[in-house]
Design a protein around this ligand. Structure first.
Ligand SMILES: CC(C)(COP(=O)(O)OP(=O)(O)OC[C@H]1O[C@@H](n2cnc3c(N)ncnc32)[C@H](O)[C@@H]1OP(=O)(O)O)[C@@H](O)C(=O)NCCC(=O)NCCS
Length: 164
């Protein structure tokens, strides 16, 4: 398994790199203002990044290859945004980011997890289903650019599934 990455809390100085990843991964990306709000101005928000340490001849360069923003609101863990650099997908990074969110949620006494996902987003829906989420409802025309239904998924009780 690919394991040359580490998951660490994001810091405000990472906003530029996270914004670039966000814009590369979503048709309606979060703006810098939203990202900054989640990174610094929201008491419920948690932000993780997956870092890869690339070795050159002289030094080791850390690169952000994925991130996950989630909220812990009392008993509820709410997955807000998750993205992995296209060239780094299918290596367990998305799974690792969400698993770390579960771990932090459980540590803070969250008992269930919820999320919304575009109906057409097969990779994300498969990932979440494999991790233990089930569809609970659908919101018609929830997303724009393009207009699309949201699928609401829940895991109750929240638990960490064994390896992917
Ligand atoms: C969804 C996303 C975060 C998944 O990240 P990832 O690092 O590639 O996911 P993982 O490698 O951890 O995948 C774990 C499992 O999820 C499933 N999965 C992930 N991507 C899949 C795909 N393209 N097709 C089928 N199954 C997929 C597989 O079961 C996979 O396990 P396997 O590789 O052993 O078969 C990534 O595709 C992404 O950034 N997409 C664009 C942004 C996005 O849609 N975010 C989600 C918004 S709700």
């Amino acid at each position: 398994m690919f394991s040359e990455f580490e998951i660490v809390p994001a810091t405000p100085d990472m906003v530029e790199d996270i914004l670039a990843l966000e814009e590369a991964c979503f048709s309606s990306p979060w703006t810098r203002k939203i990202l900054e709000g989640e990174l610094t101005g929201n008491q419920f928000a948690h932000f993780l990044v997956a870092m890869r340490h690339e070795q050159s001849k002289t030094k080791t360069e850390p690169t952000i290859i994925g991130y996950h923003c989630f909220w812990i609101v009392f008993e509820e863990l709410r997955l807000m945004n998750l993205a992995v650099q296209a060239s780094m997908r299918r290596r367990g990074i998305g799974w690792a980011l969400v698993t770390e969110a579960f771990r932090l949620g459980l540590e803070q006494s969250a008992t269930r997890a919820v999320l919304e996902v575009r109906a057409s987003n097969e990779p994300a829906r498969i990932l979440y289903t494999r991790m233990g989420f089930a569809q609970i409802s659908r919101r018609p025309h929830y997303y724009t650019n393009p207009t699309e239904d949201a699928v609401l998924m829940e895991m109750n009780p929240l638990m960490i599934s064994s390896g992917r």
